[in-house]
Design a protein around this ligand. Structure first.
Ligand SMILES: Nc1ncnc2c1ncn2[C@@H]1O[C@H](COP(=O)(O)OP(=O)(O)OP(=O)(O)O)[C@@H](O)[C@H]1O
Ligand SMILES: [Mg+2]
Length: 386
């Protein structure tokens, strides 16, 4: 899915000869207040939390620096047959690399090759290296290394990740059969919530992820979720500040309304987008579906017709689940989604509260099995009972 964004054009000059570069951002706009451009001038008396670039300096040795040739070899010259995805910023290839010490079996990886037409591409690549170089959590994808080349024949920016064999939540919810069982949907959302809670609450700095959506929730061999794509992540506000101001970037249908309106980014913006994805797993519908009747195109407008406390609620449930889900757990998830989607950002739950609510929904009798099934749908009720 493509991002909407206001981007800065690349004004950087090409270097004359090809060289591998350290992950730094040159020609950075002074007005840009992103995490990457912030140099902390901490007061002598008050120790302030270290910034992501500072934390990165301590950990950068954990990342492997690849040559372009190594990654060409890993993907048989970026062979089309090895292409596993295409995002707004470039293609993703499956590849295999030699282990760091050169011994043992090859390691299967996913390699993202950025279209580096502009400074923005580099900026996002750099944010990804910095954030993923610092974070460490079972629900966040592992970055193994990167490649950064500035040469006469263009610049190259690549990222090498652990390979996630079950691809993304988006594929399983909307493209693949058989459909994801109810229990798996809840467990994926719980893992994703734990990853977000770690970003919001578990680090020295608060991290706003900003790009939560089903295509960025990757799934390992046992469907354990890991968040990917940190190109839009930002450090959260510090001290008395309530928000960071940014250009509005994100994916249509997911971003919080107050952020779209003002560009003021807060931790609560992530909670809103989490609410949108909760409705995606309940309904099996995407945040925006242009091929639906006008009133059903925007998921958040359509679901308003089916409040979680009403009997109508079961009409919004993904028909592919049949009756194999717990109605009471689904209602709990619907209520949780609505609280995440509170227009008043301050009233939204914190991510650790979301984690607790999801744990309770999973424990709901029948919440993790097909017992306590939903009442069957009659043909008239499927039409909205009208
Ligand atoms: N580490 C990985 N392992 C396996 N597949 C991956 C990995 N990373 C990405 N993919 C696949 O590549 C696809 C494209 O990923 P990418 O992040 O480039 O774009 P996107 O999330 O679909 O869209 P956007 O550019 O708007 O973020 C993913 O949806 C997923 O199927
Ligand atoms: Mg992505």
């Amino acid at each position: 899915m493509k991002c909407f964004s206001i981007f800065i054009k690349d004004k950087s000059k090409k270097k004359k000869r090809e060289s591998r570069t350290a992950p730094e951002l040159r020609n950075q706009s002074k007005s840009d207040n992103s995490a990457l451009s912030q140099t902390r001038t901490s007061s002598r008396s008050l120790p302030s939390p270290r910034s992501i670039p500072e934390l990165y300096k301590e950990k950068e040795h954990n990342l492997r620096v690849f040559s372009l040739q190594e990654l060409r070899d890993a993907t048989h010259g970026f062979n089309k047959l090895l292409k596993i995805g295409e995002g707004g910023f470039g293609g993703v290839y499956k590849g295999s690399i030699t282990p760091p010490n050169g011994r043992g079996d090859p390691i299967v990886v996913a390699i993202k090759k950025l279209n580096t037409q502009g400074l923005q591409g580099h900026k996002e690549w750099l944010a990804e290296v910095h954030f993923l170089g610092v974070v460490n959590h079972p629900n966040l994808v592992k970055l193994l290394g990167y490649c950064s080349i500035d040469g006469e024949r263009g610049i190259h920016r690549l990222l090498v990740y652990e390979y996630m064999p079950n691809r993304s939540l988006e594929e399983h919810l909307f493209k693949r059969t058989p459909t994801l069982p109810w229990k798996t949907r809840l467990e994926i959302m719980l893992g994703a919530a734990q990853g977000l809670a770690y970003l919001h609450e578990g680090l020295e700095v608060k991290v706003i992820y900003r790009d939560f959506k089903s295509s960025n929730v990757l799934l390992d061999e046992s469907f354990k979720p890991k968040l990917s794509d940190f190109g839009l992540a930002r450090e959260g506000p510090t001290g008395d500040r309530t928000h960071v101001s940014t250009a509005v970037v994100g994916t249509y249908g997911y971003a919080a309304p107050e952020y779209v309106k003002t560009g003021h980014l807060t931790i609560q913006s992530d909670i809103w987008t989490f609410g949108v994805v909760l409705y995606e797993i309940l309904t099996g519908r995407r945040a925006v579906e242009r091929n639906r009747p006008a009133l059903e195109q925007k998921l958040l407008d359509w679901v308003k017709e089916f409040p979680p406390d009403s009997k109508k609620f079961r009409l919004l449930m993904d028909p592919r689940l049949g009756n194999s889900y717990s109605f009471s757990a689904a209602q709990k998830v619907g209520k949780l989604a609505n609280s995440c989607l509170n227009k008043n950002a301050k009233e939204r739950p914190t991510m650790s509260e979301v984690v607790e609510s999801l744990k309770q929904a999973i424990q709901e009798p029948g919440g993790s099995s097909s017992a306590n099934k939903a009442p069957p749908l009659t043909p008239s009720s499927r039409n909205g009972g009208k």
